[in-house]
Design a protein around this ligand. Structure first.
Ligand SMILES: [Zn+2]
Length: 337
């Protein structure tokens, strides 16, 4: 306790109009940074593992790290989420591992590259919902195709979400949350020029229109790292070679949250924080060889970014607003729906 269904975390966020960051996790230091940050600012937690993270960690190691978070922080509501499941099988594996939420990315075929058509997306997403809801597990779907490629997932071609298709998709699949493609992309290379608040950076009109048509739908913004320029500068100062690149600014994310976005996926920013810290440390301490010496400051650097996101997206201070639901409570909720 309390592993909670992600649906509850998003429902509660919708009631009060805030967004919750979703952080990807690959190892112990990241998991600790996510939890230490959440504890300090009192935020509910969405911790996500991608297929790549499960492979990297042989699954069991990551699952046990995530379980350690639940054990160590018994008061914070925590959802464990599978990011970008590309098949029914991988979603089922995550459910067996004890995740309280899965994403069935039916926008792509099982290879994680080829776009899938609308009807087939409905069919496969519905199949996952049929498996997950009777166990109280949350399902996120995706409509449209996000730009960029990360962990081998992505078609490389972007297709913005068509608001007129969303209602049909949600009604037919019964998904709890929906990833929308509005111009964000995975990875560090999102925008080549500095985002200008006066120009349309993202297709916010799509989010607003979807919110009008489906006011109860929890939308998810993927690829929403902000790519802090000071981290890029630090990486390059200490031997890195990252070309000029910009992420999604916090003001754009806040606009999305105002229009119904409840989960904001952040991964790249934590990777940048780790790399920037380790590069600096190595350069300044060439005599050191104990990994703990550089992993410790890199964990602190991630925690700083994490806390800032909890605060800026508005989830800070809301961890104890509600009584955590169990998967069994959620199963009953779906049964009566
Ligand atoms: Zn994503």
């Amino acid at each position: 306790m309390p592993l909670v269904p992600m649906r509850q975390i998003l429902d509660e966020a919708a009631k009060k109009g805030y967004g919750v960051p979703h952080f990807n996790v690959n190892n112990m230091e990241q998991a600790q940074a996510i939890m230490r940050g959440a504890e300090e600012v009192k935020s509910p937690v969405i911790m996500a593992a991608s297929k790549g993270a499960l492979k990297y960690s042989d699954m069991l190691f990551l699952r046990n790290i995530m379980n350690a978070c639940i054990e160590k922080y018994p008061k914070l509501p925590i959802a464990l989420h599978l990011d970008h499941g590309t098949s029914v099988d991988i979603c089922q594996t995550a459910i067996h591992l004890g995740f309280s939420s899965v994403m069935m990315d039916g926008s792509l075929q099982e290879d994680g590259k080829t776009p899938r058509d609308f009807d087939s997306n409905i069919e496969i997403t519905r199949e996952v919902v049929n498996l997950a809801h009777p166990l109280g597990v949350t399902v996120e779907g995706e409509l449209g195709c996000l730009g960029g490629i990360e962990d081998g997932i992505g078609s490389g071609q972007e297709k913005l979400t068509d608001p007129d298709k969303v209602k049909e998709f949600v009604e037919k699949t019964k998904v709890d949350a929906l990833a929308v493609a509005i111009g964000t992309s995975h990875g560090a290379y999102k925008f080549k020029i500095k985002p200008d608040p006066d120009k349309n950076l993202l297709a916010m009109d799509i989010i607003r229109r979807i919110h009008e048509l489906c006011p109860d739908l929890h939308m998810v913004m993927h690829g929403s790292s902000s790519v802090p320029q000071e981290l890029i500068a630090q990486i390059n100062k200490y031997g890195g070679a990252i070309p000029e690149t910009y992420g999604v600014p916090l003001w754009a994310i806040k606009e999305g949250i105002k229009a119904g976005v409840r989960k904001v996926n952040v991964d790249t920013d934590l990777r940048l924080a780790v790399t920037a810290t380790i590069r600096k440390y190595m350069k300044e301490h060439p005599e050191q060889f104990d990994p703990r010496k550089y992993l410790e400051p890199s964990r602190d650097a991630m925690k700083q970014i994490i806390m800032e996101r909890y605060i800026k997206f508005g989830s800070a201070g809301h961890a104890f607003d509600y009584e955590p639901m169990t998967l069994e409570d959620m199963r009953k909720f779906y049964e009566n729906e």
